[in-house]
Design a protein around this ligand. Structure first.
Ligand code: F6P
Length: 327
């Protein structure tokens, strides 16, 4: 069904990611260029429920392309999970005649958009904004490149001190359900082992490989662990390694939210700008309930429910590369 839009809203939901501001800027300016009224919805779906909505002009998004975080703020909204909350949100949109939405966020945010759109017939277009890159159907998500580069910069620094003391460092990076930050940053920093939620952690293999490298007098100094890995994260792993190999001096470093902040990389600004532009194009073309993805450098419009259902698969070849390069 084609539906022309006149007034659109843009919001960020879930965890922030670097590049969200660049995407907001692109949505606002592309909307205005096409004669639409554009509204910024504050604190994600909470702003829709609580009617915290502001008119955006071209100048409202000046000087933000280089800034991390999000000028619209973001939140995870419990009320929006209930029908009553969503109805309130719809009434607030209706009062302003907002007839299309762009939602920046991850799969949970897309799930909310899908439900809302089915119930109230408002077209929703998703933009994948998450440092975790845990959305199927797109090669990139806004914020991933910056987060990985932040992790790499930090791990390189840790390597210096690890090397100076001949210590093993276990570095925990973000990624509750997805190991992409761990995998990309671990390969790029020459980690010995990379533990991710998508693969069951084999503690015996890790201990055996550390012992084997010790026998060969190979300096082992970095293991990168995604926070959602099933063994229990960096602290748990360090505990077992200390028990099994007491002479291996081990330290833990949890990088945490530092990975979510900071000025977006060129790559993130670029994909955010392109995706933001295409989100408005989607609404103008009358598309419903898709998110904008990039595959092989081309724009793809993927049904929101596919982002919800599918998880990306980790390539076996990547895992093999980790093993070979760590020898
Ligand atoms: O989804 C992005 C993410 O940064 C995850 O990697 C992490 O587990 C989570 O958000 C942290 O969420 P919060 O900021 O609410 O603690």
């Amino acid at each position: 069904m084609k539906k022309k839009v006149n007034k659109i809203g843009v919001l960020c939901s879930g965890g922030d990611s670097p590049g969200m501001n660049a995407a907001i800027r692109a949505v606002v300016r592309t909307g205005i260029y096409n004669g639409l009224e554009v509204y910024g919805i504050m604190r994600g779906y909470s702003g829709m429920v609580e009617n915290d909505i502001i008119r955006m002009e071209s100048r409202s998004v000046a000087n933000i392309i280089q800034r991390g975080g999000t000028i619209l703020k973001t939140a995870r909204c419990k009320e929006f999970m209930e029908y009553e909350g969503r109805k309130k949100a719809y009434e607030n949109l209706k009062a302003r005649e907002i007839d299309g939405l762009v939602i920046l966020g991850g799969d949970g945010s897309f799930r909310g958009a899908q439900t809302f759109s089915n119930e109230f017939d408002i077209p929703c277009i998703g933009l994948p904004g998450t440092i975790d890159k845990d959305i199927a159907g797109t090669d990139f998500t806004i914020g991933f490149d910056t987060a990985v580069n932040t992790a790499v910069e930090a791990i390189d620094k840790i390597r210096d001190t690890a090397d100076a003391h001949d210590r093993l460092f276990i570095i925990e990076v973000m990624g509750r359900d997805a190991g992409y930050i761990a995998l990309h940053s671990g390969i790029s920093t020459g980690a010995e082992n990379i533990l991710i939620p998508e693969k069951k952690t084999d503690i015996n293999y890790i201990i055996e490989s550390l012992l084997e490298k010790e026998r060969r007098k190979k300096l082992v100094n970095l293991i990168v662990v995604a926070e959602g890995e099933d063994f229990g994260g960096a602290d748990e792993l360090a505990k077992v390694i200390k028990e099994k190999i007491p002479n291996l001096e081990t330290r833990v470093c949890i990088l945490g939210h530092i990975q979510r902040g900071g000025s977006p990389s060129c790559m993130d600004r670029l994909i955010a700008s392109r995706m933001g532009y295409h989100a408005v194009e989607c609404l103008l073309e009358g598309r419903h309930n898709v998110f904008v993805g990039i595959v092989n450098n081309r724009m793809h419009y993927i049904p929101l429910n596919e982002a919800v259902k599918k998880k990306q698969r980790i390539s076996e070849e990547w895992m093999k590369i980790v093993r070979i390069l760590a020898t």
